[in-house]
Design a protein around this ligand. Structure first.
Ligand SMILES: [Zn+2]
Length: 276
């Protein structure tokens, strides 16, 4: 599943590929992807004639900013955007096609069909789900030490569960939470109330740093992720603990373990990340 860095990389490639283009027509082959408006015909009609002014992002949501609307798109497991010539064959996994003024098409392909699209009047998208449920991103001003500590002290959950909770901090998925905890030398099953101020500060810094490093590397190409040019990222080669079960810890040589925390497969080093 793409996480924040991968979606940011997709966003950047989409800006280059389609910003400034007008949508001439929209074809929806799998209406269930369109969550609002309820009728996909309304979705198609609203988009006709709209120009893609810019593409924004919050957490793992892409936000196409049009003249009058904002199109909020979540790729979920395997959603992908790519640009094609009109005559290119359309495969059976392509579910939404945006015909563009430049004579080409932006196609949304989704093998698992879990992706979603919501269309809102421009500016109103922040007041309603799914975007209204999202907490601040690790890089943002709102994600302050006081904010983060306040959330951590208010719950009895494990730190891994809290970092995965998108209402508290948005954009950290399973891969990056494992990486952030390893880099912070904190066990995934630490109760958040036991964390010291220094540990909270370290977590906060590592969260922003880890995501930024991954964005710079083009994201992690775990599973089938690629950007909208079809290029893969290289951050999977930089992962320090995720996916390294039974291998030696890069830091101390102990054997990386995989356990289940908060219902998710969780990698950690039992020597570097002691649960106290
Ligand atoms: Zn270690």
């Amino acid at each position: 599943m793409p996480e924040l860095p991968e979606v940011e990389v997709v966003r950047r490639s989409l800006v280059e590929l389609v910003a400034g283009q007008r949508i001439i027509d929209v074809k929806v082959g799998w209406p269930k992807i369109i969550k609002s408006p309820e009728q996909h015909e309304q979705f198609q009609d609203a988009l006709k004639g709209q120009t893609i002014r810019d593409i924004d992002r919050k957490g793992k949501f892409l936000i196409f900013l049009l003249d009058d609307y904002s199109l909020v798109s979540h790729l979920r497991m395997e959603g992908k955007y790519s640009k094609h010539k009109t005559e290119d064959p359309v495969d059976k996994h392509t579910h939404v096609i945006f015909c563009l003024s430049g004579g080409e098409e932006l196609r949304y392909r989704d093998v698992r069909k879990f992706g979603t699209m919501h269309l809102f009047a421009k500016g109103s998208e922040w007041a309603v789900p799914p975007l209204s449920n999202l907490g601040p991103e690790p890089f943002s001003y709102e994600f302050s030490f006081d904010y983060f500590k306040g959330k951590l002290m208010k719950t009895d959950r494990f730190i891994k569960a809290v970092l995965l909770d998108q209402t508290i901090v948005t954009g950290l998925g399973n891969i990056y939470v494992d990486e952030v905890l390893f880099r912070s030398r904190i066990h995934p099953e630490r109760k958040t109330k036991t964390l010291s101020d220094q540990e909270i500060l370290t977590l906060k810094e590592q969260a922003a740093l880890t995501l930024q490093e991954s964005i710079n590397a083009g994201g992690s190409s775990v599973n089938t992720y690629m950007n909208s040019y079809g290029q893969i990222g290289t951050y999977q080669n930089e992962l320090k603990v995720y996916g390294r079960k039974d291998e030696e810890c890069y830091h101390c040589g102990a054997i990386v373990q995989k356990i289940k925390v908060a219902g998710r497969g969780t990698h950690f080093c039992p020597a570097c990340q002691v649960c106290n």
